[in-house]
Ligand binder design. Structure first.
Ligand code: GAR
Length: 208
């Protein structure tokens, strides 16, 4: 059984989707811990209610990013993960941290990368007049919101959209693609070749 550690900073709805799909579909994996950089992250309540171990590494208690990253890694490693899943984890992680979990650190970002790395993705998509928006699951590399793409989903941008309505439409597909991507990982169906993610059995996105 593979061991999944999920990192959150807030609501935790993508973490919930992963926990629920992992159980419902009997993946060869367990979510062994939910770790947050904020003690008040709402998602921690869901984790506790579902009997999952939780931990908080409060970033403001550390004097530098390096010190925070080191404490975070120590906490994560206690749970001996095969994969570390960033699910709305809103801290930038330094190179030593990212290197430590190379090829087993995944993130979801609410845009069709490489467009709109960084914050305020929905506002920026609206301001750019995009007709499609979406989300991307990728392996984390030191460059912010870059790295080999595992899965993407696109949704239409409607003329009537504001940031909130677009974010809600994108979040719906995030809840589909992130569990699927993590499932592929724990089933050993992903390989990274020259920065491109391949499925070992040729499965394509949307066809499990
Ligand atoms: C999601 O939309 C996720 O893509 C985004 O935060 C939200 C978390 O929601 N992540 C980022 O912006 C990371 N750069 P959740 O807390 O309900 O899972």
């Amino acid at each position: 059984m593979k061991r999944i550690v999920v990192l959150i900073s807030g609501r935790g709805s993508t973490m919930e989707a992963i926990v629920q799909r992992c159980a419902a579909e009997a993946w060869p994996a367990h979510v062994v811990a939910v770790v947050s950089n904020r003690g008040d992250a709402k998602g921690l309540k869901f984790a506790v209610a579902h009997g999952l171990p939780t931990a908080v590494v409060a970033h403001e208690q550390y004097g530098s990013r390096e010190a925070f990253d080191t404490a975070l890694a120590t906490t994560i490693d206690h749970f001996e993960p095969d994969v570390v899943v960033l699910a709305g984890f809103m801290r930038i992680l330094g190179v030593p941290f990212v290197s430590r979990y190379e090829h087993r650190l995944m993130n979801i970002h609410p845009s069709l990368l490489p467009a709109f790395a960084g914050l305020h993705t929905h506002r920026r998509a609206l301001e750019a007049g995009c007709k499609l928006a979406g989300a991307t699951v990728h392996f984390v590399t030191p460059e912010l919101d870059h790295g080999p793409i595992v899965m993407q989903a696109a949704v239409p941008v409607l003329a009537s959209d504001d940031e909130a309505t677009l974010a809600a439409r994108v979040l719906e597909v995030e809840h589909q693609i992130y569990p699927q991507a993590v499932r592929w990982f724990v089933e050993d169906r992903l390989r990274i070749e020259k920065g491109i993610v391949r499925h070992v059995d040729g499965a394509e996105q949307g066809r499990a």
